[in-house]
Design a protein around this ligand. Structure first.
Ligand SMILES: Cc1cc2nc3c(=O)[nH]c(=O)nc-3n(C[C@H](O)[C@H](O)[C@H](O)COP(=O)(O)OP(=O)(O)OC[C@H]3O[C@@H](n4cnc5c(N)ncnc54)[C@H](O)[C@@H]3O)c2cc1C
Length: 421
């Protein structure tokens, strides 16, 4: 019987596991480490968040991104984007050094059990735990426009289905969306010789500004503070005070969670898009059907121009929508037991515990409760410390089980310079 099973080994799951293990809990983390970053983002992408806002978290703050970069002879600097591949490698380094052994199996089912929870792995093993933290990230919540849902995968896909865009070399691709995933995917496609256009609902694209210098006169910092979610006091509040955010009325939280930090391209991708990508604005795909050689998109738009086009493939960079009904791994009884907010997200207590005692949630699923920080790696620090406090409280304050023996590589006392790379 475990104290805590963590489902998901991305930035949130690994951070939670690190804090739980350090607290002496008998914890096991399941899932392919950093899978979203290794398998669901195209090679050549960069992080939009600042390096200093992209740390996984351990209680001593040892296994930071800058420490990993130093082991690789790199320097993580403000306003210099980090490649996604480097970040994925950082997560694996963190997993090797700051977390007990990761069980790479996927979890297929989580159900309530008289002593806590029953967790079934993909190969059918049944594990028992007194508490469970679901840190399944973004992939269960992929959002495809309804008009594209009937098309074969050869004709339409979600941006997260691609770790390699090579198959689109020399072809014609339409990318739907106006956010960073759409714009960077389009830039990468254009740069490899794909004929590519971006189709966005908005009348104009938004671009983030180059961030101000790290070292600035104090009055500039006071007017426009840096935060893990960008500059300004509003972002600072979202980034630094998720606890206060949770005290806002539910309707305000839901609105902010779905609108704050909306679609925008990073400053460093702007020139790449403007040089190479056709952009069609103010248009929404109303219908799509297969035609010889590709797909025909019928668009609703405000411009009066011709409203259809043919393309060989459509990539929907249309994000993720985290609602409880999409959490297929929860048993129907357990899901039915959970209190749900009006926007379909879970109602959560102040320690990330759902209305079912002992079931904790983390990451995107918690953005309606704790704010936009939960959509980014930055929110992992607040989550891991708060959630593990909640688990300990649920378990009665002190861990009751014995921590499994450490394995090679699980040495929390090491310093990063001694770490396994
Ligand atoms: C293209 C793109 C770019 C992004 N860029 C940034 C950025 O620059 N900065 C930033 O802060 N955020 C960025 N994000 C958001 C990013 O996804 C989150 O910040 C971060 O990944 C959240 O971590 P997580 O652990 O919640 O989820 P994930 O990283 O998605 O990890 C979830 C893990 O759970 C595992 N899992 C899922 N289901 C199961 C299961 N049933 N059993 C076992 N394991 C399971 C997966 O295998 C995965 O390893 C980006 C997202 C996208 C799509």
């Amino acid at each position: 019987m475990y104290d805590l099973l963590v489902v998901g080994a991305g930035p949130y799951g690994l951070s939670i596991a690190s804090h739980a293990a350090a607290a002496g809990l008998n914890v096991r983390v399941l899932g392919r480490p950093m899978a979203s970053w290794r398998d669901h983002m195209p090679a050549g992408m960069f992080l939009k968040s600042e390096p200093w806002a992209s740390n996984l978290t351990d209680p001593q703050g040892r296994w930071r991104l800058d420490a990993y970069c130093a082991t690789q002879g790199m320097t993580a600097r403000h306003a210099e984007p980090i490649p996604v591949a480097t970040f994925a490698a950082y997560g694996l380094w963190f997993a090797r050094n700051a977390v007990p052994p990761v069980d790479e199996r996927m979890v297929s089912r989580v159900a309530a059990h008289p002593a806590g929870f029953e967790v079934v792995t993909e190969d059918g093993e049944v594990l028992h735990s007194r508490t469970v933290a679901l840190a399944v990230g973004v992939m269960p919540f992929v959002e495809m426009p309804s008009a594209l849902r009937g098309l074969q995968p050869a004709l339409a896909s979600h941006s997260s289905h691609h770790s390699d865009l090579d198959r689109f070399r020399g072809r014609d691709v339409t990318v739907i969306g106006g956010g960073q995933a759409a714009l960077e995917t389009a830039a990468l496609l254009a740069e490899q010789g794909t004929r590519v256009r971006v189709l966005a609902r908005a009348d104009r694209l938004c671009w983030n500004d180059v961030p101000p210098l790290w070292e600035r006169p104090w009055w500039e910092s006071a007017r426009l503070p840096h935060s893990g979610l960008g500059c300004g006091w509003r972002n600072w509040f979202y980034a630094e005070r998720p606890d206060l955010f949770r005290r806002l009325p539910e309707s305000v939280r839901a609105r902010v969670a779905s609108t704050a930090l909306g679609p925008a391209g990073a400053w460093w991708v702007r020139g790449r898009v403007e040089r190479t990508v056709e952009v069609l604005l103010g248009r929404e795909v109303a219908a799509a059907r297969a035609v010889p050689g590709g797909v025909r998109l019928e668009m609703a738009g405000r411009t009066g121009e011709p409203l259809s086009l043919e393309t060989e493939h459509v990539i929907a960079a249309t994000g993720f929508r985290a609602t409880l009904d999409r959490l297929g791994l929860l048993s129907a009884e357990l899901r039915g037991d959970l209190a749900v907010a009006a926007d379909g997200s879970a109602a959560l207590g102040r320690n990330f515990e759902s209305s079912h005692p002992g079931l904790f949630l983390a990451g995107l699923l918690t953005a309606s409760a704790f704010g936009p920080a939960m959509r980014f790696v930055h929110g992992a620090t607040f989550t891991a410390t708060t959630l593990v406090r909640g688990v300990r409280h649920r378990l009665g304050g002190t861990p009751l089980a014995v921590t499994p023996p450490p394995r090679v590589g699980w040495r929390p006392a090491e310093t990063p310079s001694q770490a396994r790379c």
